[in-house]
Write a protein that binds this ligand. Structure first.
Ligand code: 5RP
Length: 232
């Protein structure tokens, strides 16, 4: 079960990586929210940083807290990104996208000098795949794309993928910040995550997927009385 105190402690520990003058990717979700709040507190006390939000939700949060933002198209360097995860394994491989922000999250993480994952202990897993893997697809042809996603997951060792379009109010597909749909792929386990990542990336209609391989270099897992930092 997710633990709010663990999330908060992980977010607080990530503040040790923040330095004056940095441009910082701001993740999305309830754990990243704690980080943005800590950042806002330090900014109020004189810290000078700029944020690059990974979603409209985080943009609104940061603006409401007075965190200065920079347009992603104007950024020449992102020193650090701090973001949550739905699952993290012992190789710092992640499943992300529970909050439907995976496309911008991956673009920003990939452009950063360092990606730090902050998470409560429930996110730490031996093998990825218990959490349904989000795959962002174009609305055009999404049922065709879903079949190709199924084939790719089977090839990557998933025994029985179950794929559902993520829906919201009125049972309509939710639309991401990028104007796309999300396929939630229940896998049970993804034995070959790097292979799954490569195969999914190759499917026309797949805009991005929630497997983050070789992106996170630091993982901070919160506990009730602090946090443990793992470097990769
Ligand atoms: C959003 C994400 C989030 O980082 C992930 O869903 C974890 O969220 P939370 O911190 O609320 O558990 O990937 O797209």
């Amino acid at each position: 079960m997710a633990n709010e105190l663990e999330k908060e402690n992980a977010a607080q520990a990530a503040m040790d990586f923040v330095e004056d003058g940095m441009t910082i990717g701001l993740g999305t979700g309830s754990t990243a929210k704690f980080f943005v709040e800590y950042l806002a507190e330090e900014i109020a006390e004189g810290l000078v940083v700029r944020g690059v939000p990974t979603s409209e939700q985080t943009r609104r949060l940061a603006e409401s807290l007075g965190v200065p933002l920079v347009d992603v198209e104007q950024v020449d360097r992102i020193h650090l990104t701090v973001d949550g995860a739905d699952e993290v394994d012992e190789h710092a491989q992640l499943i992300k996208g529970g909050g439907a922000a995976l496309l911008r999250e991956k673009i920003i993480a990939n452009a950063s000098d360092l990606m730090i994952v902050i998470a409560d202990s429930s996110k730490s897993v031996e093998m990825l795949g218990q959490f349904p893997l989000p795959v962002e697809v174009t609305p055009f042809g999404y049922t065709i794309t879903a079949k190709k996603v199924y084939d790719a997951l089977k090839k990557a060792g998933v025994l029985k993928p179950m794929i559902n379009v993520r829906t919201g109010p009125g049972n309509k597909p939710i639309v991401t910040d990028g104007g796309n749909f999300i396929l939630d792929c229940s896998c049970g386990a993804i034995p070959e995550a790097p292979l799954a990542s490569a195969l999914l990336s190759n499917i026309p209609g797949v805009v991005e997927h929630g497997l983050f391989i070789n992106l996170a270099r630091t993982v901070i897992i919160g506990s009730d009385d602090g946090a443990t930092i793992f470097e990769y």
